[in-house]
Design a protein around this ligand. Structure first.
Ligand SMILES: *Cc1c(COP(=O)(O)O)cnc(C)c1O
Ligand SMILES: [Zn+2]
Length: 376
């Protein structure tokens, strides 16, 4: 396996084995790597393996199996759910070990941390990415400092501390928290789910699993919640890799759902902009996707536009109603995760009748008990 980290702005290339999370010019990096084995996706070989996200081992840029940090996570069920008379397939990513899909990225990123021999990392999040990085660091024996906004729900704070991470609660906005973590990252490795491109090498397994679960076929449409785009960009990358490898013959349309109270990407897409401009965000129930300044904004806009998809904005009421209904159907998810079904509702009103639609439950309801009590 060989690979590089490539700068999005100046095209500088660095070895994949370098402990670096951004370019010397300050811009974002992406991963380019050549797998050691061909074919990368051998269906029969994959089918014989354990039902985890690591069954696509050859597609994940970790050299040595001994460095893989895992709880046998992933290959979450993809099950039919009827929404307003229309069947959609919902990926049950709230069933990950820490209760959110962030484990996909954390498993690969912390494996890389272990491979590079790094002993201490920092990360910032609205709660779920912090919990995921903290859990995988605990399993790997790596020290970690997690920065969260002071307003983060108690369940997520407890979880992060429970895993033994050092918790820093930062007053102010989500962006203030990111700045505090960046400051701390000067001294150590930034295991950021947004900046660090290795994280997306984990979230891309979402696409691999969906296609395999559909008999190695691409769904027509994938509806995903988006704030920083860590699931959306990973899924996009995964679908691209399957297409490039000739495993599938097309890509799905990606529909991206934002909370109307904090929808910079929706607005930029509507206005035909290449990059989001700063917005005045208001409070939303969907804390997980309330990102006023998405660092990878231009990349997200290109991914969605290039797939033939578009953005939707869902109101606080739509999110609340979706959450109540989803719980009545027997799924206990957190408010941020309900945005996807609120988006599905808008989408299916105009969707062609024969489309295969896939969406996701991103986070577990048990993380946000106080909020659930207020909402329900
Ligand atoms: C992280 C997260 C999202 C969205 O992720 P982004 O990377 O900000 O696009 C959605 N739902 C939940 C529960 C999350 O934890
Ligand atoms: Zn650069």
């Amino acid at each position: 396996m060989t690979g590089q980290l490539i700068c999005q702005a100046c095209a500088a290339a660095y070895p994949l084995d370098e402990a670096r999370w951004r370019c010397d010019c300050g811009a974002l990096l992406d991963v380019a790597f050549d797998p050691a084995f061909e074919p990368v996706f051998d269906r029969e070989r994959i089918a014989r393996r354990k039902p985890t996200m690591w069954r696509y081992r050859e597609a994940i840029p970790i050299r040595d199996d001994a460095h893989v940090v895992s709880f046998d996570e992933g290959f979450t069920p993809l099950i039919p759910v009827e929404v307003d008379g229309r069947e959609v397939l919902v990926k049950q990513d709230h069933l990950f070990p820490t209760g959110s899909y962030k484990d996909r990225g954390a498993s690969v990123l912390v494996s890389k941390v272990k491979e590079l021999g790094i002993r201490h990392v920092v990360e910032d999040s609205s709660g779920n990415a912090g919990s995921a990085i903290a859990a995988y660091c605990a399993r790997a024996g790596v020290r970690c400092d997690i920065f969260v906004p002071a307003s983060t729900t108690a369940g997520k704070l407890a979880q992060i501390q429970g895993y033994g991470a050092t918790l820093h609660q930062i007053p102010g906005s989500r962006e203030d928290t990111a700045r505090a973590a960046l400051e701390a990252a000067q001294q150590t490795y930034y295991a950021s789910h947004v900046w660090n491109p290795i994280f997306f090498q984990g979230t891309k397994t979402f696409a691999f699993e969906v296609c395999e679960q559909l008999g190695w076929h691409t769904p027509d449409t994938v509806i995903l919640p988006v704030g920083n785009g860590t699931l959306l960009l990973g899924a996009h990358l995964g679908f691209e890799e399957l297409l490039a490898a000739g495993v599938v013959s097309r890509r799905p349309k990606i529909i991206a759902v934002q909370a109307a109270n904090c929808a910079p990407l929706y607005r930029a897409f509507q206005q035909g902009q290449e990059a989001p401009t700063p917005i005045d965000a208001q409070a939303t129930w969907a804390e997980g996707i309330a990102i006023a300044e998405p660092v990878r904004g231009p990349q997200i806009l290109r991914a969605v536009g290039g797939s033939g998809g578009h953005f939707l904005a869902v109101s606080a009421n739509e999110i609340k109603q979706a959450l109540k209904d989803i719980c009545r159907w027997g799924f206990y998810i957190e408010p941020s995760a309900a945005a996807s079904i609120a988006g599905v509702r808008q989408y299916v009103r105009r969707a062609p009748a024969d489309e295969t639609i896939v969406t996701v439950f991103t986070g577990h309801g048990l993380k946000t008990t106080e909020k659930m009590l207020k909402l329900l």
